[in-house]
Design a protein around this ligand. Structure first.
Ligand code: CP
Length: 458
C-alpha cells in the first residue's frame, strides 16, 4: 500500500538520511528522491539500508549498509528486526570496507581493534597462521594442555547471552593456559536481565579494562554492532545464524590433524543449514582452501542462496549423494531455538537425515565424522556413529582449546609494538655451530636480527 508522507518541516538546506530495509534495483529510492526534491532542495541526501542485495538497475549507492547479502534475482529477502540495544537513536557508522580496516566510529576514534568477528573477511594466510600456531598448543598424548606465560597480566571477559558448554569453557581454559585472567558472565547474571541495554552493559565492562571481550549472542551481527562502539577487541563466540569463527578454525585443525590437506577434500555438511552459523563459518573457511563442500538437508532448511556464500559449494537434499565419497561428514543439530515453524518429529528427521553406521560405507574408507555439539543422539546421529572409530567429536572439543589459545594470543597481541632490544656484551653460545663468544645481540619483533661486536642502538 502506498500512502502520502508529510514531512513536518522544510527540507531545504537540511542533511537528509533516507532509510530502506532492502536495497535492490534502486527504483524505490529513486521514487523517494523524486518525492523529496518535490519538497525543496536539501543540502545533502544520504542512503541507509539494512540489506544490500545487489542487482541494481539504477546508479544508486548506499552510504550506510547493515549487511551485503548476495542473492539471486528471484529470491525474496525478509528482514526481521530484533531489538538488542534498547536505544531510541540510530548511530550512523560509515561503511567498513573490510574487517579490521579503519572506521570512523561515532566516538571519533579512527582505528578498529583487531578482534575476531568472523572467518569471511580473514585472509587465507591469517587462517593458516592461527591453525599453525594452534599446533604449538596441542597437548602431547596422555598429557594436559601446557601452561604458558604469554598473556600474563592480561584479562578477558566471556559474555554469553546464549547457552554454551564447549565454547565458553574452552575460551576460559585457553585464557588461563596462556596465563591470562578470565571472567565469565551469562545473560541471566548480567544487568541486561534488569533492562540495561547491551551497549551500556558492554561499556560498563569496557570500563573495567579487559583486554578482550568474548561474546555470544542470539542476534546475528550483535558483536559487529558492538565492535563499532568499543575500542576493546571483541571475539565472536557465535552470533545468531551468522558466524562461529572459532568453531570453523577448530574443525579445520581437526581435519588437518588427520594428515590431509583441505584442498580438494569433499566435505558434506548435513542438517539444519538455514540456521547454522557453524555451517556458514565452515563454508567460508573451507572454500578459502579449495575444499568441495556439499550442503545437505531437508529443502526447508537448505536455502538455495547457500551456494553463494562462497565458491565450491553445491546443494542436495539427498543424504546418500552428500555422503558418497565424502572425506569428511559434518553433522549439524536441528536448531529448534531458531525456528518459528513446527519442528520435525525426531523419528522422521532421523529416518531421512540422521547418520547411521551403514551409511558410512558410501563414504571414503578413511572418512571422519564431525559434529560441533551439542549432539542429539537418535535425532541427527546414531550412538553407534557418535561413539565409533570414525568419530572425531571429542578431538574437536580438545582442539577447541588449542585453537582458542592461538586466537587469544593473536588478538591480544595485535597492535602490540614489539620492542627492539639490544643486549650489550653478552656471552653468546650456539651449540649447533660451536660459537661461544662475548658479543652484542640485537632482537627486534621477537627475532634475532644481528649478533656482533659493538652493535649501535638506533
Ligand atoms: N559447538 C558449540 O558452539 O558448542 P557450545 O554451544 O556448547 O558452545
Amino acid at each position: 500500500m502506498v500512502s502520502a508522507t508529510d514531512i513536518p518541516f522544510s527540507v531545504v538546506g537540511r542533511d537528509i538520511v533516507l532509510m530502506d530495509d532492502v536495497l535492490y534495483t534502486g527504483r524505490t529510492i529513486r521514487a523517494a528522491l523524486d518525492a523529496l526534491f518535490d519538497q525543496g532542495r536539501p543540502a545533502k541526501v544520504r542512503l541507509l539500508v539494512l540489506i544490500d542485495r545487489g542487482h541494481r538497475e539504477l546508479p544508486v549507492e548506499a552510504q550506510f549498509v547493515g549487511r551485503m547479502v548476495q542473492t539471486t534475482a528471484n529470491e525474496i529477502i525478509e528482514v526481521k528486526f530484533q531489538e538488542i540495544d534498547s536505544m531510541e537513536k540510530v548511530l550512523l557508522v560509515e561503511r567498513i570496507a573490510e574487517q579490521g580496516a579503519g572506521i570512523r566510529s561515532p566516538f571519533g576514534r579512527n582505528a578498529m581493534p583487531r578482534g575476531l568477528l568472523g572467518i569471511e573477511n580473514l585472509a587465507r594466510e591469517e587462517v593458516q597462521a592461527i591453525l599453525d600456531r594452534a599446533r604449538d598448543f596441542q597437548p602431547t598424548a596422555g598429557h594436559s594442555f601446557r601452561k604458558f606465560d604469554l598473556l600474563r597480566g592480561r584479562m578477558v571477559v566471556n559474555l554469553f547471552f546464549e547457552a554454551s558448554t564447549r565454547t565458553r569453557t574452552s575460551f576460559e581454559i585457553a585464557a588461563k593456559r596462556l596465563g591470562a585472567d578470565a571472567v565469565s558472565i551469562t545473560a541471566q547474571a548480567s544487568s541486561v536481565s534488569k533492562g540495561e541495554s547491551l551497549v551500556d552493559t558492554l561499556n560498563t565492562l569496557a570500563a573495567m579494562r579487559p583486554d578482550a571481550i568474548i561474546m555470544r549472542h542470539a542476534a546475528s551481527g550483535a558483536p559487529h554492532f558492538l565492535q563499532r562502539h568499543l575500542e576493546i577487541p571483541i571475539i565472536n563466540a557465535g552470533d545468531g545464524t551468522h558466524e562461529h569463527p572459532t568453531q570453523a578454525l577448530l574443525d579445520a585443525r581437526t581435519i588437518l590433524d588427520r594428515g590431509v590437506a583441505l584442498e580438494g577434500l569433499k566435505v558434506a555438511i548435513i542438517g539444519d543449514i538455514a540456521h547454522s552459523r557453524v555451517a556458514r563459518s565452515n563454508v567460508y573457511l573451507l572454500s578459502k582452501f579449495g575444499a568441495r563442500i556439499v550442503l545437505c538437508g531437508p529443502a526447508s532448511l537448505l536455502p538455495r542462496s547457500s551456494t553463494q556464500i562462497a565458491p565450491g559449494v553445491t546443494l542436495t537434499t539427498d543424504m546418500s549423494e552428500a555422503i558418497r565419497d565424502a572425506d569428511v561428514i559434518m553433522m549439524l543439530r536441528v536448531q529448534l531455538e531458531r525456528q518459528n515453524e513446527a519442528p520435525f518429529p525426531a523419528g522422521e528427521y532421523f529416518r531421512f537425515y540422521g547418520l547411521r553406521l551403514e551409511q558410512l560405507k558410501l563414504a571414503r574408507p578413511e572418512v571422519i565424522v564431525m559434529h560441533p555439539g551439542p549432539i542429539n543422539r537418535g535425532r541427527e546421529i546414531s550412538s553407534e556413529v557418535a561413539d565409533s572409530q570414525r568419530s572425531v567429536i571429542l578431538n574437536q572439543v580438545e582442539n577447541g582449546i588449542a585453537v582458542r589459545m592461538a586466537v587469544l594470543e593473536k588478538v591480544l597481541n595485535a597492535g602490540m609494538v614489539m620492542q627492539t632490544l639490544v643486549i650489550k656484551n653478552g656471552r653468546v653460545m650456539d651449540p649447533a655451530s660451536g660459537h661461544d663468544a662475548v658479543a652484542d645481540v640485537w632482537i627486534e619483533d621477537g627475532v634475532i636480527r644481528s649478533v656482533g661486536a659493538d652493535i649501535a642502538t638506533r
